[in-house]
Design a protein around this ligand. Structure first.
Ligand code: PXP
Length: 239
């Protein structure tokens, strides 16, 4: 059965809009977990635009389900991961001007750095996943670097509006899954997934973990985070 990690970055986005102490992402994480979330994901960005260092430390002490830390390859962030020891890190590209993570990590270009970080994470019993486009070279470079998993970038699927393009993107995700599994990698997926577009992706066998943020937090504003989490979990489990 595929698992749901709720990305709670945007709880912190609301807090940072007033630079105050509410809403607290730690409270949100507890509610998600009570609603059946299998994991909590946060992205500690270099500019600390939403999640901050305190959040990461307190979440590590609080979250009983999987704690997945999204992060770039920057050394100061890697050092924080070594200290905090989340269950998993998902390595992403990061550009200060972007609204959200754009594109996948270039694992071919950064394979050496990736291998070095993976070694360090494994020393601390942290699983390593890379956020990448469903591209054979990227997948094989991830495997070569010794990582445990990939998170297939579903943004291009989510942005597609024409049926033929949607079909094409779904096929690319399936091909990516096949290459990754043949290389011994576990396959996750995420980005841009919503209550409307999750079903066809959740039906792809072998995608075992979904990281979903914006859509769940948006719905949570209207129905509460527990109900929003439960609804998404149901769609993933019974697509
Ligand atoms: N996976 C990764 C690697 C991400 O960077 C993000 C956005 O922070 C997500 C998943 C979640 O994307 P969304 O907020 O569109 O659900």
């Amino acid at each position: 059965m595929a698992l749901l990690n709720v990305n709670i970055d945007h709880i912190a986005t609301i807090r940072q809009a007033r630079q105050t102490d509410e809403p607290d992402p730690v409270w949100a994480a507890v509610q998600c977990e009570l609603a059946g979330a299998n994991g909590i994901t946060v992205h500690l960005r270099q500019d600390r635009r939403h999640i901050n260092d305190r959040d990461v430390h307190v979440l590590k002490e609080t979250v009983a389900c999987k704690f997945n830390l999204e992060m770039c390859l920057n050394e100061s962030i890697v050092k924080i991961a070594e200290k905090v020891r989340p269950d998993q890190v998902t390595l992403v590209p990061e550009n200060r001007a972007e609204l959200t993570t754009e594109g996948g990590l270039d694992c071919v270009k950064f394979e050496k750095r990736l291998a070095a970080i993976t070694k360090r994470m494994h020393k601390k019993d942290i699983l390593v996943s890379t956020f990448i486009l469903p591209n054979e070279k990227q997948i094989l470079a991830t495997a070569e670097a010794g990582c445990d998993a990939i998170e297939l970038h579903t943004g291009q699927y989510a942005n597609a509006t024409k049926d033929s393009i949607i079909e094409k993107r779904l096929n690319e995700l399936q091909d990516g899954r096949d290459i990754a599994m043949a290389a011994g990698l576990v396959v996750h997926a995420g980005h841009g997934l919503t209550y409307r577009n999750i079903r066809p992706v959740a039906k792809i066998e072998g995608l075992c973990e979904f990281n979903i943020g914006h859509s769940i937090i948006s719905r949570a504003v209207l129905v509460g985070i527990r109900e929003a989490t439960e609804e998404m979990k149901l769609l993933i489990e019974c697509p």
